[in-house]
Each structure stands twice: as C-alpha cells, then as structure tokens.
Design a protein around this ligand. Structure first.
Ligand code: ARG
Length: 261
C-alpha cells in the first residue's frame, strides 16, 4: 500500500513538474531562460517623474521610460526605491545598473558616474506660501535676508543654495529634507519660508497642497539624464541607442505628454 502510494505521489509530482515546464516554455515561446534584470535606482518621491501610485505601483515618466528601455534591451526592469541621496552611490557601487530619478547632469556628478544623453530638462523654482513676503529669487539674495530655505538633501537645489551660503552670496539658511514631500510639509507648517525644487514636482506638490504657489522667477535650468557606473560603457551605449529610438518614434514624448499636460 505504502509503496503503491509513493508510486502515485511520484507520478503526480512528475506530472506537476512536467506540466509546469510545459506552461513555462509556452509562455516564453521556447526560451526558458529568465530575462536578465535591469536594476533601476530611483527615489519615488518626485511626481510626475517617479512616485508610488494609489495602487502601490511605481509610476511616472522615468519609470515608464526605464520600462521601455528595458524592453528594448530585452531585460526585465527591477525598481529599487531609495532616498535620492543614495541613488548615485548605488549606481557607482554597482548595486543598481542605472539611476533615473530626475537626475540633473552636473560636472561634480560626472566624476562619479557616466551620464547618457539628456531626455528632459528641469528648472529649479521656488515654492512659497500664498501670502509670503518672498516675491522673487532676488529676495533670497537681498542683503541681510534670513529666510529658511528648504531643499531635498543632495539635490542640485541643495547644492546651489549651500554654495551660495558658503560663498557668502546669501545670508539665508538651508534646511535639508531627505524626502521631497517633507520639505513641502514643513513649508505648509511654517517651519521654513520656501522650498527650492524642480518645476514639474513643484507643480505637483502645489496642486496637491492648498495655500502654496510657485514664484514666477526661475532659478536655474538643467538637463536630466540617466546615470550608469563609470566602466559600464556597453550599457551606456545601449541606453543611448534605446533613448534615441524612443525619441525618434515619438514614444518618449508620448510618455511625457501623458503626465505633463
Ligand atoms: N534634479 C534634481 C537633482 O538632480 C533633483 C532630483 C530629485 N529627484 C528625486 N527623485 N527626488 O538633484
């Protein structure tokens, strides 16, 4: 009896394995090999470029473009969410294949990672409360001005403001927040006087929070690009090729247009 049962069990198991394998190969049209992962480092706190949707999924322009790139490379996109100040490090250290997080190309960053061709531009703008006495960028640079300026840690906004404070070009102080939305919340709560951040996220945050506005005067214009590790020239070339195809076909613009009206 025991022996009979184990024969049956073995048969059932074998059938199970066999049919699973059958299913798998049908789905992969004969190719049983799992796709190589393309690990994306991003900081999903930056709508409309990268954020977590109501359904808990990663969404945004960068996420969708990264997905299209992964498809072109025949690889499976894996999103690794982290604080912005870790994105470049994780690419540099080889923990992620690429960093895409509304990242501005800067000469300093180029020392640590390589950048692809640019796929978007950003503008640093200033968010204030509706009734703020700060009317333009110049007010931040006025003699004796002592505003508290909120920024996201390690972003270009953070770098510019700190440089200008260190260079004694302004007398304001800087408050760094690890997560972009926390800077906006602090502004709402009156803990700081303004937030320096990229224009599209600024629009998203202002739309989602009453009582805030973006100052007309723009601060700095910059290019966004994807970063890869310094020695990863092959991936750099592959991504650039994918990007130029996505630009030429209009697919890239379609993604942008679906988020930015
Ligand atoms: N463009 C700015 C920079 O490169 C801000 C990017 C912030 N990105 C983010 N996902 N929070 O520093």
């Amino acid at each position: 009896m025991k022996r009979f049962l184990s024969v049956i069990m073995a048969a059932v198991l074998a059938f199970g394995v066999f049919s699973l394998a059958g299913c798998g190969s049908k789905e992969n049209t004969g190719d049983n090999k799992a796709k190589e992962k393309l690990v994306l480092a991003t900081s999903a706190d930056f709508p409309p470029y990268e954020f977590i949707g109501d359904d808990g999924d990663y969404k945004g322009i960068d996420i969708e473009i990264a997905q299209l790139i992964a498809e072109k490379l025949g690889r499976e996109l894996q999103v690794e969410n982290m604080n912005f100040n870790s994105v470049i490090n994780s690419v540099q250290g080889g923990k992620a294949d690429m960093g895409m997080s509304g990242i501005t190309v800067t000469e300093d960053r180029k020392k640590n990672v390589d950048f692809t061709d640019s796929y978007a531009t950003g503008v640093q703008v200033i968010i204030v409360k509706n009734d703020s006495e700060i009317k333009s960028v110049d007010d931040l640079y006025a003699e004796g001005a002592s505003y508290k300026i909120g920024v996201q840690l390690s972003t270009t906004g953070d770098i510019y403001i700190k440089d200008d404070i260190d260079g004694k070009k302004m007398s304001c102080s800087v408050e760094e927040y690890t997560v972009a939305a926390d800077a906006v919340a602090a502004l709402k709560a009156g803990k700081i006087d303004c937030v320096v951040i990229d224009n599209e996220p600024a629009k998203s945050f202002v739309a989602a929070n009453d009582g805030l506005k973006i100052l007309e005067t723009e601060y700095v214009t910059e290019d966004y690009a994807i970063c890869v590790a310094k020695d990863n020239t092959e991936l750099l070339a592959d991504i650039n090729k994918a990007l130029s195809e996505l630009k030429a076909s209009g697919e890239l613009q379609k993604v942008v247009d679906s988020y930015i009206k």
